[in-house]
Design a protein around this ligand. Structure first.
Ligand SMILES: NC(=O)C1=CN([C@@H]2O[C@H](COP(=O)(O)OP(=O)(O)OC[C@H]3O[C@@H](n4cnc5c(N)ncnc54)[C@H](OP(=O)(O)O)[C@@H]3O)[C@@H](O)[C@H]2O)C=CC1
Ligand SMILES: O=C1CO[C@H](CO)[C@@H](O)[C@@H]1O
Length: 317
């Protein structure tokens, strides 16, 4: 069985650089996808409460532990605290719901999914009559303090952040007792995040690259919107190397030292996306791919525009 290389977090925990994404993986498909992934060799699964499929992910994990394919300690399971549970008194219960869904006693990594909070005690996307999301002004620093307690209690091994901008990270670090191990952010050649990556790494925070294939199944995509995987320049590189475009995109992240979590529910793609450990991109190809950067954000989170903690509105980086 091929073993995935690992990164070492600032707390000494090692984490596989390649994981399986599960956003948009339908409940009728995700259990089989996660079972296939574990059989293929994936040991890192990226989940979130808001994806609405953690129970089905958990069923796959339970089957693969019970049939002896893996032990719990071989797996690296990440999940994320949703925006409606930022109030410190809600954080532990939100984690417990995720642990119950996943049928686990602890998580390897728990992230604050977004810096901005939504109105508590209701739907995951609370909105007014006009459809506008209802915000909460809970401060992510207070949420972080509650996340730290989960580490102290042994319920999560590491904690991190997702979609935080550089200013928010500075402010978080001023108050944190435990440093975030990673910032999970959108990252691919159209949004290579060089500045935020350098900024995080200078502070000991690893980048986890989400939507590494450009999220072609993002729900808000309109006909005519740019699709990273259709880029002829990337296709040409892949053809020259005898690889698929997806393999080049995944390897691009690994060769930058990032963690990468491509999503698929298709067994052949889950397998080919894993088959990236026997080659490396040349410095010339890395520089060429770097040059495709064009602020091409695929997950802009427009639903929470206007929130004081929206990470991409008016942010420098
Ligand atoms: N923290 C956050 O805010 C966010 C986190 N994420 C995480 O990152 C993961 C990955 O990002 P995501 O936005 O899902 O998008 P990806 O960039 O991983 O793209 C997924 C899409 O690509 C298709 N695909 C996968 N492999 C191949 C292949 N080899 N050839 C052709 N098509 C392929 C999939 O199809 P199919 O499944 O049909 O095979 C699916 O449509 C998420 O699933 C989630 O876990 C994502 C967005 C936000
Ligand atoms: O991870 C993600 C995907 O789905 C969520 C909403 O449905 C996004 O907000 C988030 O970034």
């Amino acid at each position: 069985m091929v073993k995935v290389p690992t990164v070492t977090f600032n707390n000494g925990q090692v984490y596989p650089v390649l994981g399986l994404g599960t956003w948009k993986s339908k409940v009728g498909e995700v259990t089989q996808a996660v079972k296939d992934a574990i059989d293929i060799g994936y040991r890192h699964i990226d989940c979130a409460f808001v994806y609405g499929n953690e129970k089905e992910v958990g069923e796959a994990i339970t089957v693969k532990i019970n049939d002896g394919t893996v032990k719990r300690e071989d797996l690296f399971i990440t999940s994320k605290l949703w925006n409606t549970f930022h109030r410190p008194d809600l954080v532990r219960g939100a984690l417990q719901a995720t642990l119950t869904n996943l049928n686990l006693k602890y998580l390897d990594l728990y992230l604050i999914h977004w810096p901005q909070a939504y109105k508590e005690d209701g739907p995951l996307f609370p909105s007014d009559e006009s459809g506008k999301i209802l915000f909460s002004d809970v401060d992510y620093v207070d949420t972080w303090k509650a996340m730290e307690k989960l580490v102290d209690e042994g319920l999560v091994k590491s904690i991190g952040i997702s979609n935080f901008n550089s200013k928010q990270i500075v402010r978080l670090l001023e108050h944190a007792t435990i440093k975030p191990v990673t910032n999970q952010i959108e990252c691919h050649p159209y949004l290579n995040q060089k500045r935020l990556k350098d900024f995080c790494e200078e502070r000991g925070i690893k980048i986890t690259a989400y939507s590494p294939l450009g999220s072609p199944d993002r729900p808000w995509s309109q006909p005519g919107d740019p699709q990273l995987m259709d880029d002829n320049k990337l296709k040409a590189i892949a053809e020259r190397l005898g690889k698929t475009t997806a393999q080049v995109l995944i390897r691009y992240q690994i060769d930058r030292g990032n963690i990468v979590i491509p999503k698929s529910v298709t067994k052949s793609r889950i397998a080919s996306n894993f088959d990236v450990l026997d080659f490396k991109l040349s410095q010339e190809d890395m520089a060429l791919i770097d040059s495709f950067d064009c602020n091409g954000r695929m997950v802009p989170m427009n639903a929470s525009l206007g929130h004081k903690y929206h990470p991409f509105e008016n942010e420098e980086f």
